[in-house]
Design a protein around this ligand. Structure first.
Ligand SMILES: [Zn+2]
Ligand SMILES: [Zn+2]
Length: 153
């Protein structure tokens, strides 16, 4: 099932950065941490854990990189500012892709059980989470946790 090829396309608002996903995300975190709020301007960021080799990216030259912590880098379009990808240092197989950037808001094909609200203890106090997705005070299941991060905690 996980190896079925959805071949779904997405990209940033201006179209300079495009990607195709060849399989559904392994897990999906709706992350409410302050870092995600400050870099997206939204209550939370929806990142899917993807295998790097299962995502084809075009327009890499148009990505700008920004480190939100010592070991975490987000990448966004230098033209339109859309936040697209995020990488943990020391992790070469998996990365995060911001799934709402799929064209037409297409559902990426993962089982709903692998979704979580993560870092809910850091959410804005006036945000009201009204869906049935499980909530976690800190990390959500399936989040990328590297040895570098463990050493940081
Ligand atoms: Zn763009
Ligand atoms: Zn976050």
């Amino acid at each position: 099932m996980a190896d079925e090829l959805p071949n779904l396309s997405g990209g940033c608002h201006c179209g300079a950065v495009r990607y195709t996903i060849l399989e559904p995300p392994l897990s999906v975190q709706h992350c409410h941490c302050e870092s995600c709020r400050k870099t997206t301007g939204c209550f939370y960021n929806t990142g899917g854990v993807m295998r790097q080799k299962k995502v084809n990216i075009e327009g890499l030259d148009n990505l700008t990189k920004y480190r939100t912590s010592k070991s975490f880098e987000i990448q966004f379009c230098r033209t339109c500012g859309c936040s697209l990808f995020a990488y943990e240092d020391g992790e070469s197989e998996y990365f995060y892709l911001n799934l709402p950037t799929l064209d037409g808001g297409t559902y990426p094909g993962h089982p709903r059980e692998v979704e979580s609200h993560a870092h809910v203890r850091s959410k804005a106090p006036w945000e009201y989470i009204s869906d049935e997705i499980p909530q976690f005070e800190r990390e959500g299941p399936g989040e990328i946790i590297t040895e570098i991060q463990k050493a940081d905690i």
